[in-house]
Design a binder for this molecule. Structure first.
Ligand code: UDX
Ligand code: UDX
Length: 477
């Protein structure tokens, strides 16, 4: 058992006001009204949004948590230096995207922002600070961070901790309030305990796990790799279900009742997305290759390969089913976010399905309840860009002429030849599908990439329904 220490009262800052930093700090501030929490970011626009009633991220329950603490002990600003100086616990929560250039391109994490943060902390700090890695990082990054911090000219001293975040977008507030576990990795028992005592204000102690630094860093990559692997496993089976006439949801239910397997994370889909799964697996693959563990690297890489296959399979099925051509046909895309209850579109399967359909010259009308048009267009532009950021005239024309963004699902579906459901938003289950059907061309195709709609009921209305890993249905059998 860790002994009780006399810590200085915590004063927290977090560099990076993104999907992780923002909600996590808001929750700490809500639960610990006496602890000042400064969230800082280089992006002025993002900070302005955090200070407004129009938060930069859509996350159920977040607005209430922010409003309770903001102005009391939670502040958002771009004053990175000031926040570092006035804090004794500094979270680093900046993004670590997959490298797009140089050594390890397409696999390794780009640590540029982490290094810049560490240098900034070294430059501005005096006294003793606890630096907490919140960003998901390759194993042994803490070592590099420590070396940079030690170069501080002000005789400041540091402890480095790894405290990976396990929240899932869309359920971030519930996950933060009641996490399965909090993981803290570090060498200094006192620093670990100081951070544990912050979380201990609302999380039972037995759920706060402590490990060494490297175990903590690796656990985050491993957790995401295992979760993504489950999705790829059930998606692999969905292909076999389509070939054999089995129903993947029935298979998932049957295997999920085995307590060793468990029912969660077995929902077949058009493919996983999000900022973490693919990036973290590629990171793991790179790490294995670095240590000469080529078989291990190949094993994990297959999870991403299967996910790419699942996305390609879905768009190819749309084209094949619609008489081998979607050219000049209108397809309504329902849902663009990578999952429901978020406005995040990073690595969303929808981006790749839309790309494939646009390459086939389909006309798309996209509806998502939370994703703004500018973001949809930016994602589609990025997916067509070449490695140096160039966009051909042909692709530019496709995005300009063949993509419409609608604010209404009925309008998006009007006069369409097909609907593709790409995000499992609850509102899609409540739509008047008879009304939708009557506004569409015949045959009215519906491709349910999330298996959320009642295919038999839709077939009785007149739709021809194709889902993931389930038999297809059309009117009259
Ligand atoms: C990111 C990583 O993707 C994830 O792996 C990690 O666990 C936590 O950080 P997220 O919060 O979703 O997750 O990223 P993002 O929403 O992009 O936010 C990062 C923020 O850091 C951005 O607002 C960016 O402006 C800011 N930033 C980046 C800085 O303030 N300083 C920098 O030097 C770089
Ligand atoms: C994930 C991890 O769950 C979280 O612990 C970590 O901190 C960050 O990465 P997130 O990406 O926000 O969280 O969402 P998650 O619920 O894990 O979904 C990821 C993707 O997998 C989504 O595209 C989702 O639609 C898909 N998915 C998930 C499925 O296709 N089927 C499932 O059964 C579960």
């Amino acid at each position: 058992m860790i002994s009780v220490h006399n810590f200085p009262s915590p004063r927290i800052c977090c560099i990076g006001a993104g999907y992780v930093g923002g909600p996590t700090m808001a929750m700490i501030a809500k639960q610990c009204p006496d602890i000042p929490v400064h969230v800082v970011d280089v992006n002025q626009h993002r900070i302005d949004q955090w200070n407004s009633s129009d938060l930069p991220i859509y996350e159920p329950g977040l607005q209430d948590v922010v409003e309770e603490a903001r102005g009391r002990n939670l502040t958002f600003s771009t004053d990175v230096e000031g926040a570092i100086k006035s804090s004794n616990i500094i979270f680093i929560s900046v993004n670590t995207p997959t490298k797009t250039f140089g050594i390890g391109a397409g696999r390794a994490a780009n640590l540029e922002f982490i290094e810049k943060c560490a240098r900034k902390i070294a430059e501005c700090s005096t006294g003793h600070k606890v630096v907490v890695e919140k960003s998901t990082l390759p194993v042994r990054t803490a070592e590099a961070v420590k070396r940079i911090l030690m170069s501080s000219a002000n005789n400041a001293t540091f402890d480095v901790l790894s405290n990976p975040e396990f929240l899932a977008e869309g359920t971030a507030i519930a996950d933060l309030l009641n996490p399965d576990r909090v993981l803290i990795g570090g060498e200094s028992e006192a620093a670990v305990e100081q951070l544990a005592s912050v979380y201990g204000r609302w999380i039972p102690r037995e759920r706060i796990l402590t490990t060494n630094l490297w175990s903590s860093e690796l656990s985050k990559l491993t957790a995401n790799a295992f979760l993504a692997q489950r999705v790829s496993s059930i998606n692999a089976i969905s292909a076999l279900c389509e070939a054999t006439g089995a129903d993947v949801d029935e298979v998932a239910r049957a295997i999920g009742t085995d307590s060793r397997i468990g029912p969660k994370f077995l929902k077949a889909s058009v493919g996983f997305g999000g900022s973490c799964f693919q990036k973290d697996i590629l990171n793991l693959v790179y790490l294995c290759e670095h240590f000469g563990l080529n078989e291990v690297a190949k094993y994990w890489e297959q999870v991403v390969t299967m996910n790419d296959y699942q996305k390609k399979r879905f768009s190819a099925r749309i084209v094949r089913t619609m008489f081998h051509t979607v050219s000049d046909k209108k397809i309504a895309i329902w849902g663009f976010a990578f999952k429901k209850d978020t406005n995040d579109t990073r690595e969303s399967a929808a981006i790749y399905i839309c790309r494939d359909l646009l390459e086939e010259r389909a006309r798309l009308t996209i509806y998502d309840p939370q994703v703004p048009e500018s973001q949809i267009r930016a994602e589609l532009t990025a997916v067509f860009q070449d490695t140096v950021g160039g966009l051909s005239e042909h692709h530019q024309r496709l995005i300009e002429n063949n993509v419409l963004v609608s604010r209404d699902p009925y309008e998006a579906a009007k006069d369409s030849h097909a609907i593709a459901v790409l995000t499992e938003w609850d509102e899609f289950k409540r739509l008047d599908m008879t009304r939708v059907f009557h506004a569409m061309h015949r045959p009215a195709f519906l491709f349910d990439g999330r298996n959320i709609l009642d295919a038999m009921h839709l077939a009785s209305i007149g739709f021809e329904v194709h889902s993931i890993g389930r038999p297809s249905y059309r009117a009259g059998g």
